[in-house]
Design a protein. Sequence first.
Length: 136
Amino acid sequence: MAQLLHTMLRVGNLERSIEFYTQILGMKLLRTSENPEYRYSLAFVGFDEESAGAAVIELTYNWDTDSYDLGTGFGHIAIGEADIYSRCAAIEVAGGKVTRQPGPVAGGTTEIAFVEDPDGYKIEFIQMRSAQAGLG
């Protein structure tokens, strides 16, 4: 059986990104590693471990690069949330950037919001229905 393990993002400042994903989004720092020979560091963050069936985010910091062109192929990371309204308010209070306030998607009823991490990656919050709220 296959399982989605992680999404990798290249970041310009590893400590700043770890702080955003853990302190602003509430994920846990799961593990880190460094490879001095090839000059990069990794940090894995998530709401739970891959071994528990959760997908996580791999933050990759190449020591000689402090910014990246995000390109046009990557869209966003999506996170299910029980209350996107209070979540976005908490993110703003913590200093995070909400780029689309919570509300219905254009032409539909699903409620979404978007925030941006320190490197400009988009994170979508999707309002979970009460029956699904315990799944995220």
